[in-house]
Write a protein that binds this ligand. Structure first.
Ligand SMILES: [Zn+2]
Length: 131
């Protein structure tokens, strides 16, 4: 952690890479080809995103977190205002879809960026060990 400025020169921080769907190597906004699907590789620097194994682990957690959040809000709305059923549909369906998609983009981008940095750090140690 003393001198990683050289290793991370030009690379976005993990948080901003996740927030802006940026390539962890060059910072171009090329991480996703679809709403939650990674691109095959970075169109700018050629980094192969397919070799990173982020998986679908975040999806289950996000669905449960967003689901719990929406259930609490829906119960509160129903008990306090008693709106007709279609108000719940109009409110919660877009919120669930948007929350899960946005959450998946953030967590998958964050995980890929973290894995990229960890591999870069391991590679740096391998190089310095062989010298
Ligand atoms: Zn790139």
């Amino acid at each position: 952690m003393t001198d990683d400025r050289h290793e991370t020169k030009g690379q976005p921080a993990t948080g901003s890479a996740a927030l802006f769907a940026s390539c962890p190597r060059c910072g171009a906004k090329t991480l996703f080809a679809g709403p939650v699907k990674f691109a095959e590789r970075c169109e700018t620097c050629g980094l192969d995103f397919a070799k990173f194994n982020v998986g679908d682990g975040p999806a289950a957690f996000l669905t449960m977190i967003v689901g719990a959040f929406v259930v609490v809000l829906a119960l509160w709305l129903q008990l306090s205002l008693e709106p007709p059923w279609w108000v719940h549909v109009l409110l919660w369906v877009p919120l669930i879809i948007g929350g899960v998609v946005l959450g998946l983009r953030l967590t998958k981008g964050w995980l890929l960026s973290t894995e990229y940095r960890r591999r870069a750090e391991e590679h740096r140690h391998e190089v310095s060990d062989s010298e």
